[in-house]
Design a binder for this molecule. Structure first.
Ligand code: ADP
Ligand code: MG
Length: 273
C-alpha cells in the first residue's frame, strides 16, 4: 500500500496518510465511459469521516454510477478512489496504478453499505434471516451474535415486531427500513443511499427519511442521492449538484439552496422545489 501511496503522491495528491481516517472517502479525478458516452468526467470529491453528503442532479447525470464506483461495483477508467485509506486508481493513460484483487474488493465492500431505491431484500428470507445472512457469511460472526445485532437494529428502525415477517408482508417503507438495518448489520463505515425514497408512496417517505436522519447523528459517513430537497437541506453538511457526469458545484446547503452559483443548479432546484 505504501508504494501505491507514493504513486498517488506522484500524481499530485500529497495527503495520502489523511486518507486513512475511518470512513473518509476521497475521489480524485475519476472518469468513466460506457462506450462513447462519458458518464463521469473528472469528478473530484472529498468526504470527511462522519460527513453527510447529498447528491442532486437530473436523471442520467451519473449519480448512480458515482455511488457504484465508490462501492467498487463499477471500475473507473481513470482517477482514484479511496475509502478508509484503501485506494484503487488508474492513470490518465489507463494504466493500472493500484488495483484491488476481487477478494480484497469483496472485503472492502463490506465496509461500504449500499441501500437501493428498490429495497433488494431477499424475498424468500424472513426479516431476521435477511439481517443475519451477511454478518455470518461475510464477517464470520456467530449466529447468536448476529441475531442479537439484528434485534438491536430492528429496534432502531422501529420494526422489532416484524422480525419473522417476509418482505412481501411489509409496506415499502418498512422494507426500506429493513434494507437500511441490513446494511447496518455489517457495521459499515460508509453508507451509500441511491434514491432511497423514490419508489415509495408519498406517505411512507417520512419514516425512511427519519431513520436516515437518525443515522446522520451516529458518525457513519453518509452519501445520499435524493430528490428530497427539504431533507437534504436539513441533514446534509454538503450538497453536490451533478450534471452530465460533472460536479457543477458543491457546498453547504444554506448556500446551494439560496445562492447557487451555477445557473443550471438554480434551474434544477426551481424545478424540484
Ligand atoms: P443517474 O443515476 O444520475 O440517473 P446513472 O449513473 O444511472 O445516472 O447513468 C448515467 C448515464 O450512464 C446514463 O446515460 C445511463 O444510461 C448510462 N449508463 C449507466 N449504466 C450503464 C451501463 N451499465 N451501460 C451503459 N450505459 C450506462
Ligand atoms: Mg440513478
Amino acid at each position: 500500500l505504501d508504494s501505491a501511496a507514493d504513486k498517488v503522491r506522484n500524481l499530485g495528491f500529497h495527503d495520502a496518510t489523511a486518507l486513512r481516517a475511518g470512513g473518509a472517502v476521497r475521489i480524485h479525478g475519476i472518469s468513466k465511459s460506457f462506450g462513447s458516452l462519458k458518464v463521469l468526467d473528472d469528478v473530484e470529491l472529498n468526504l470527511p469521516a462522519g460527513s453527510v453528503t447529498a447528491i442532486l442532479g437530473p436523471s442520467g447525470s451519473g449519480k448512480s454510477t458515482l455511488l457504484r464506483s465508490i462501492n467498487h461495483l463499477e471500475r473507473v477508467d481513470e482517477g482514484f478512489i479511496s475509502v478508509d485509506g484503501d485506494f484503487v486508481g488508474y492513470s490518465r493513460k489507463g494504466d493500472t496504478l493500484y488495483e484491488l484483487k476481487e477478494k480484497e474488493i469483496l472485503k472492502r465492500r463490506a465496509d461500504i453499505g449500499m441501500v437501493f431505491q428498490s429495497f433488494n431484500l431477499f424475498p424468500h428470507l424472513t426479516v431476521l434471516e435477511n439481517l443475519i445472512e451477511a454478518p455470518i457469511e461475510v464477517r464470520g460472526v456467530d449466529r447468536e451474535e448476529a441475531v442479537q445485532l439484528a434485534q438491536e437494529l430492528l429496534a432502531r428502525v422501529g420494526l422489532s415486531d416484524k422480525i419473522n415477517a417476509y418482505p412481501r408482508q411489509l409496506s415499502g417503507g418498512q422494507q426500506q427500513r429493513v434494507a437500511i438495518a441490513r446494511a447496518l448489520a455489517l457495521r459499515p463505515k460508509v453508507l451509500l443511499f441511491d434514491e432511497p425514497t423514490s419508489a415509495l408512496d408519498p406517505e411512507l417517505v417520512g419514516e425512511v427519511l427519519d431513520v436516515i436522519k437518525e443515522l446522520a447523528r451516529t458518525g457513519t459517513t453518509l452519501v445520499i442521492v435524493t430528490h428530497e430537497i427539504g431533507f437534504a437541506r436539513e441533514v446534509a453538511d454538503t450538497v453536490v449538484f451533478m450534471e452530465n457526469g460533472r460536479i457543477l458545484e458543491a457546498g453547504p446547503p444554506a448556500r446551494i439552496f439560496t445562492q447557487a452559483e451555477h445557473p443550471r443548479t438554480r434551474e434544477f432546484l426551481a424545478k424540484v422545489l
